[in-house]
Design a protein around this ligand. Structure first.
Ligand code: URA
Length: 448
């Protein structure tokens, strides 16, 4: 920037006031980059008060944001903290982000598939909150597995194994950490521009060259309708492309939990089965499609060639071997791939029986996640601990026929007193009736 430009912008900053910017947004006008930077930097350093930021977020909910504004907000938030420098990792780095759901263990399968085909996966993941599970909690159910790594350990493991999954540091995107906490208590979470900039700021700060987005839709997702999911996907892809990233997105089904396992160790078990080629049909299909699209983004070939590569990685055992090497490199017990009994097992199980005969016409996927939280698999507040062995194995899902007395699901927990409430919660998630619902395609649409 020239000297004159800097003086102008400093003068501008001196005259900006949070009050005026909130008022401007309230009237439906767009804020420019300098104004957005003023709000975000001021919020992070304490010059802009929480109540002002909350008022601005609510104005965004009513007035929306232009694409330019969303993009500027994302860049400003991404730059609010440390930006990961992955230049010490050779080759194209591909990241994947799921907007979250129940039973979503895809990272555990697609990361190793993609890495085993020579594409680097340097993945920052999160913990579960509310009804959705978190990849870090799942991996930490493997004895010894560490997700708190130094930058050096992280890059060394990616270079050596092809993949590493670590926890996001507090230094990454502090603006989002603060803003999300505020949105959570001011009813401003469910706004597409704010969700898009929150997710993409973390992805841009994580430093990969290409990003595949898995935008979930349905009863267990943030985006309840396909239309909303497609809108969110379109905005996030555009933000990434404007920032110079290779981008693609899939909109996938979260009206039903993904796979049959919900809960940390149970999901690791299912992910390992899937890497061996024995996974549930819906989960396997979504994993192969996501992995193939990551390989396409990394320039490994056409969609058909990349699907063949993804299938070959599973059939040959290469992906399972990469998973075992990642577990070992991150301090975990890699014998888990041969001996699932090293995973923690719950002390109590309970079969939940169908009360009537018919078809499972609908499931409340969010409710299934909530039942798993009641068993101890998740947390209501960030500070809460979890039970790695707790969760649910679903035996029947939407579209299945059931007879009165059939087992719908098996609950797992080490806290016997939690089991009755979880059973009632899970039973309420099943709607059983005479109509066989249409079969879900699992993947609805994509942006390539
Ligand atoms: N996930 C995020 O990271 N941010 C949001 O705003 C919503 C979901």
């Amino acid at each position: 920037m020239s000297g004159a430009g800097r003086i102008d912008s400093e003068r501008g900053r001196d005259t900006l006031r949070a009050y005026d910017l909130i008022d401007k947004k309230k009237k439906g006008e767009s804020l420019n980059r300098e104004e957005i930077d003023f709000l975000i930097h001021g919020f992070v350093n304490g010059d802009v008060a929480d109540y002002q930021m909350a008022a601005w977020a609510m104005a965004v909910c009513f007035q929306g944001m232009s694409m330019e504004e969303i993009s500027n907000l994302t860049l400003s938030m991404a730059a609010s903290g440390e930006m990961m420098d992955l230049s010490a990792i050779e080759g194209c780095k591909v990241d994947k982000h799921s907007t979250g759901g129940v039973g979503d263990k895809t990272t555990l399968v697609i990361g190793p598939i993609v890495a085993s085909q020579g594409v680097k996966v340097a993945k920052m993941s999160g913990r579960g909150l509310g009804h959705t599970g978190g990849t870090l909690d799942k991996l930490e159910s493997i004895p010894g597995f560490r997700t708190a790594l130094s930058d050096r350990e992280f890059t060394d493991i990616v270079n050596a194994v092809g993949i590493c999954v670590a926890g996001q540091t507090k230094r990454l995107v502090p603006a989002d950490q603060k803003l999300y906490a505020l949105r959570d208590v001011t009813a401003t979470v469910d706004n597409i521009p704010l969700i898009a900039s929150s997710i993409m700021s973390k992805k841009l700060a994580s430093g990969s060259d290409a990003i595949l987005l898995d935008v979930k839709t349905g009863s267990g997702a943030f985006m309840k309708t396909q239309k909303e999911a497609e809108e969110l996907a379109g905005i996030m892809v555009e933000i990434g492309r404007r920032a110079g990233k290779k981008m693609a997105a899939l909109v996938t089904d979260m009206d039903v939990p993904l796979g049959m396992a919900v809960g940390n160790a149970l999901e690791v078990r299912e992910a390992i089965d899937t890497l061996k080629g024995h996974g549930p049909e819906d989960f396997t299909k979504v994993c192969l499609e996501l992995a193939a699209n990551m390989l396409v983004l990394a320039g490994k070939g056409s969609p058909e060639q990349c699907m063949a590569l993804a299938k070959e990685a599973v059939a040959s055992g290469k992906a399972l071997d990469t998973f075992a090497r990642m577990v070992k490199a991150q301090g975990g017990d890699e014998t888990v791939v041969r001996d699932l009994s090293v995973l923690p097992a719950a002390r109590y199980t309970l079969e939940v029986k169908a009360p009537v005969t018919g078809y499972v016409e609908h499931m409340d996927a969010q409710g299934c996640g909530a039942a798993a939280v009641l068993l101890g698999a998740g947390r209501d507040r960030k500070e809460d601990g979890i039970q790695p062995d707790a969760g649910i194995i679903l035996c029947k899902k939407t579209g299945d026929s059931v007879k009165c007395g059939d087992t719908l699901a098996v609950l797992h927990t080490s806290c016997r007193e939690r089991i009755q409430a979880a059973k009632d919660r899970l039973l309420a998630c099943y709607r059983i009736g005479p109509v066989c619902p249409p079969v879900s395609p699992h993947i609805f649409s994509g942006i390539f």
